[in-house]
Ligand binder design. Sequence first.
Ligand SMILES: *Cc1c(COP(=O)(O)O)cnc(C)c1O
Ligand SMILES: [Zn+2]
Length: 433
Amino acid sequence: MTQAISQLLDKTHYFKGLKCKECGAEYEAKAIHVCEYCFGPLEVNYDFSSLRGRITRQDIEAGPNSIWRYRQFLPVETNDPIDMGTGMTPLLKSHRLARQLGLKNLYIKNDAVNMPTLSFKDRVVSVALTRARELGFTTVSCASTGNLANSTAAIAARAGLDCCVFIPSDLEAGKVLGTLIYGPTVMSVHGNYDQVNRLCSEVANTHGWGFVNINLRPYYSEGSKTLGYEVAEQLGWELPDHIVAPLASGSLFTKIYKGFREFVEVGLVADKDVRFSGAQAEGCSPIAQAYRENRDFVTPVKPSTIAKSIAIGNPADGAYALDIARKTNGNIESVTDAEIVAGMKLLAETEGIFTETAGGTTIAVLKKLVEAGKINPDEKTVVYITGNGLKTVEAVQGAIAEPFTIEPKLESFERALERAQTLDRLEWQPSLV
Ligand SMILES: *Cc1c(COP(=O)(O)O)cnc(C)c1O
Ligand SMILES: [Zn+2]
């Protein structure tokens, strides 16, 4: 083996540094996220030219059963990342939901069962904390709408990092408990997410902590690309025709796009025009409003919705998400809280997947787009389910059936069954008797 080839094979990382998304200024790969010249956001800059044609589908398939099979595309240097089995969640072909909506080619990417904390945030945090450790941070932190705090606390515990997270004080009980159990310091802030985020920017400047979604944001956000890579791989190394995903800051949406483009760039999948459609809750829909009003800037709003995990009134990547939806011939829609609950029930009853409010939002928007003729029945459409319903039980309380309470006696059961049948809550199959 020549020295040049062995060096290439030994190379563990392909990211060069950071680059401003607006003016292109380049920076070292440190814990910074804002351009000094134009205040634009910084993004990780790669050298994929040396990877093109040299990384094969088989190389990736032979990797770990987690996001780290795509390590060459992620901004870490180590060969030993924090790997809790995050990623490689199921991509299910939908039958019953698809039929109900009149679609023929619908797939569900189910991050409601992502590891370790049952939301897509485990992807971004795995990458951010692996990088945080490399950069020498011993305390990590975040400004969270709930799921991010769960992931940061859990993965920090696993990595032995100190952790202090900030959440708005009105979060669902499951999200708060699902953070506290890992033993971090939790700051419950009287204010909405945007106020929490502003406070955290000040803390980041004064305490030298690694905030996954502030000073580590360029690394953190790259983790979302794996939701693009996995879908391409799970579709048999092919891009879909259309994706529907929820929008909070807009980061996830833009990074699925980036993931698809990178796979095309290195030659792992054939190029294709993928349509990108985004979902917001009407009570916090600054990006959908800008889309509707044909604006290329996003006006901040004050959130008021049950979809708390995606309630960001001042979305950092809103303008980039708008641009992607427009240039790919997609859409951005919003739905009411009642439609969100109906969306959660619809997914549960047709596909056996209990998602949280963000997933209910995405399903309700999918339905709305189909009804408006904005998704063709034949398009290979992937809907991204990003969180688990057990964390937001408040949202469906009062909207679902009660159990039948009975005595441990056969006749008590028979009476209840009769009531159930008249209520038509149970499919009666006489042939089985
Ligand atoms: C954070 C979050 C999102 C969206 O994240 P952004 O990248 O900020 O747009 C979507 N779904 C769930 C469940 C989330 O927790
Ligand atoms: Zn700049």
